[in-house]
Design a protein around this ligand. Structure first.
Ligand SMILES: Nc1ncnc2c1ncn2[C@@H]1O[C@H](COP(=O)(O)OP(=O)(O)OP(=O)(O)O)[C@@H](O)[C@H]1O
Length: 380
């Protein structure tokens, strides 16, 4: 029989707190415990600066829960949460985010928690300030275009509440697990993909709260047999709220691509997105203008009816690279809906070339930033 929450909490009381004082339950470090399909999900709240050092604590908690009869798996993640009113962990004295509710991240990015993922060369977030601007469509076509340019690529759908990769890539079914732990990513068109949509039935994730979402995301990131990848594209949830900020902090991102439509309102939100990544010191690799202009399906004529050029002007004003303009075309939408993204289904199409050019620029930016980040090797 699957244990209930209290049984799980009782078991967790055997796990000592940091510095071997008390236990993690009585110290108030354990989040809400969520049990679904005999798998147990929760997070342990630790000070951001101690996240790396406390990894053994996370492993101990996971081990204890997995050992309970009836438990098929446990997914435990460390979160760094600043309690309302607690002093900012930000030594630079920059303003901390003063959220008084839910999952407020610390003012300073928990760099120690962002361990690189073995085998993955770079992680690129595709983000947007608001929903509906074509972020997921851009993410999937960008991933396939990076592949078309000769790279090994995976895609992680981090939009836990509205996963779109199963539909966009035409993938259904559940992923396999190795030893009940490591998940084998799904694959189509040679692109490895992981999405909440493969793991839970539609609707289930909707009731999840912040820490569960974090746990699920960390599992999809770290406990997946990605193999060797040059780049992992992460389709972020739309918006710039707490959830996105926490995600931007916890995933070891190389950089972010911001998708916007040309209209002023979308651009204001795009700027919020850029500010969010700046806040957590993730480089913005550039802006893509989606639905930039219209190409008539019958004549192929181009119409600049959407205020085309707004995103380029914004990119220039802020001083981030402009990556390219994707036209609004019926075929992009139809191919997406059919699970056959345009870059693979119509590679010779001019729109597919646009995506490959954007992919080339993104890769250039990735390398530029990786080179800057790489430590100098000195021989003694
Ligand atoms: N360049 C384009 N031309 C035509 N249709 C497009 C284009 N880009 C996206 N779309 C369509 O716009 C709709 C929204 O796109 P998509 O789901 O990618 O947006 P999103 O920003 O990820 O949305 P959400 O934030 O809701 O997840 C979809 O129907 C998609 O097919």
């Amino acid at each position: 029989m699957v244990p209930d929450k209290n049984t799980v909490l009782d078991a967790l009381k055997t796990v000592r707190g940091p510095d071997l004082e008390g236990n993690i339950v009585d110290l108030g470090m354990v989040s809400d415990v969520f049990i679904s399909d005999a798998k147990v999900y929760f997070s342990i709240n630790v000070p951001a600066e101690r996240a790396k050092e406390l990894e053994p604590l996370r492993m101990a908690a996971e081990r204890v829960v997995k050992a309970l009869p009836g438990v098929k798996g446990a997914l435990v993640s460390l979160t760094a949460e600043r309690k309302a009113g607690a002093p900012s962990a930000n030594p630079a004295g920059k303003p901390a985010h003063s959220h008084t509710h839910s999952h407020a991240p610390a003012g300073q990015p928990p760099k120690q928690a962002k361990a690189d993922i073995p085998g993955i060369g770079a992680i690129v977030a595709v983000a947007s300030g608001k929903g509906g601007v074509g972020k997921s469509t851009t993410a999937v076509n960008l991933a396939l275009a990076l592949m078309a340019n000769g790279l090994k690529v995976g895609i992680l759908d981090a939009d836990v509440y509205g996963p779109s990769m199963p539909r966009l890539l035409g993938i259904s079914g559940r992923p396999e697990q190795i030893d009940g732990r490591i998940i084998v990513p799904m694959e189509n068109y040679g692109l490895k993909a992981m999405s909440m949509g493969f793991l839970v039935d539609e609707g289930t994730a909707m009731i999840w709260r912040g820490p569960m979402v974090q746990s699920a995301l960390m599992q999809m990131l770290r406990e997946v047999a990605w193999g060797q990848l040059d780049v992992l594209v992460v389709d972020m949830p739309p918006g710039t709220g707490d959830a996105q900020l926490t995600m931007a902090q916890q995933v070891p991102l190389t950089g972010a691509v911001i998708v916007s439509t040309p209209q002023d309102l979308a651009l204001i939100d795009a700027r919020k997105g850029i500010n969010m990544f700046n806040k957590v010191e993730v480089p913005v690799l550039g802006i893509v203008e989606n639905m930039s202009y219209f190409i008539a399906p019958d004549t192929g004529n181009r119409y600049d009816i959407f205020g085309h050029g707004g995103a380029k002007a914004e990119a220039d004003a802020i001083g981030v690279p402009f990556l390219g303009e994707v036209p609004l075309t019926i075929s992009i939408r139809e191919k997406s809906d059919a699970g056959t993204p345009i870059v693979v289904s119509e590679p010779d199409n001019v729109q597919s070339q646009v995506y490959r050019d954007i992919a080339a620029k993104v890769w250039q930016e990735v390398q530029r930033h990786s080179a800057r980040k790489a430590p100098k090797i000195t021989w003694e």
